[in-house]
Design a protein around this ligand. Sequence first.
Ligand SMILES: Nc1ncnc2c1ncn2[C@@H]1O[C@H](COP(=O)(O)OP(=O)(O)O)[C@@H](O)[C@H]1O
Ligand SMILES: NC(=O)OP(=O)(O)O
Length: 310
Amino acid sequence: MRVLLALGGNAMTSADGGARPEDQIAAASTAAAAVADLVGRGVDVVLTHGNGPQVGNLLVKNELAAAVVPPVPLDWCGAQTQATLGFVLMNALDAALRERGVDRRTATVVTRTLVAWDDPGFTRPTKPIGRYLPAADAALLVEHGETWEDRGDRGWRRVVASPEPLEIVDLAAVEALVAAGFVTVANGGGGIPVVVDADGRLRGVEAVIDKDLGAAVLARDLRADVLVIATDVPNAVVGWGTPDARPLGQVSVAELRGIAAEGHFASGSMGPKVDAACRFVERGGSRAVITSLQHITDALDGAAGTVVLP
Ligand SMILES: Nc1ncnc2c1ncn2[C@@H]1O[C@H](COP(=O)(O)OP(=O)(O)O)[C@@H](O)[C@H]1O
Ligand SMILES: NC(=O)OP(=O)(O)O
């Protein structure tokens, strides 16, 4: 069985959202243990990951240091997060595989994803990145031209352009590594967004793709049997935050689309996960799962998580 496992930003930082190197190394180690268990059971795992906290933090560093060293654009920051998180994940995976006596190598592909130059996402920022701030601090940055959004209890968060992922440019490289037996990390942060210029060249664009929507494209193109979206909650929940909250177990894609249309899944968090799971199944995937890292093995056995079926 081939599984495309998408690790959320929450699986790559500490429980309180900490993104210090030690937080990320510890979180990667927890995620790697779950992945190595699956690989040890004979599951063919391809990994992708979020980069929202990390890419937002890098952007801030660039902006603060702009008077001293040349700042780099957001797509460069995205590429840097793929490399850094790939490196952290490979170290963690190598150790977890070795501890279990599983003889598999790891690799990371710096992956570009094609987007349309005229995607409406470029004019209407929707992707939350970086740290949370109190409303008053966010208001100061809005005065400087940034777009910030109220994200509820945790505060305000910067939002940036997030175009639709159309095609994984480096799919062949990912396929070659997977076929050669590497546990492969690819398309981190949904892929580095690129457009085709008039002269046919690829050029990076300043945006952050939603990693769950990118994962749905990669899972389809790798002909994965299952897309697993790992986050910090065991299920997608109908009536989230209300006394009538009800975790979803097995659900058909048509039923889940109907529930989503009623507004049960927040944009920028559970909304894109549900959309990605539905897209994968609608495009021929046999199963998509939304659950927490702790439950992925049970979820693959159909005993946990929100399992989306045709
Ligand atoms: N209907 C819902 N069911 C479950 N979780 C929800 C729902 N609506 C919003 N959420 C929030 O979505 C979060 C997961 O999304 P997100 O924080 O973007 O995850 P990740 O960083 O792991 O990709 C949960 O922690 C929860 O707070
Ligand atoms: N690129 C992206 O969707 O990252 P997060 O999952 O960390 O928000």
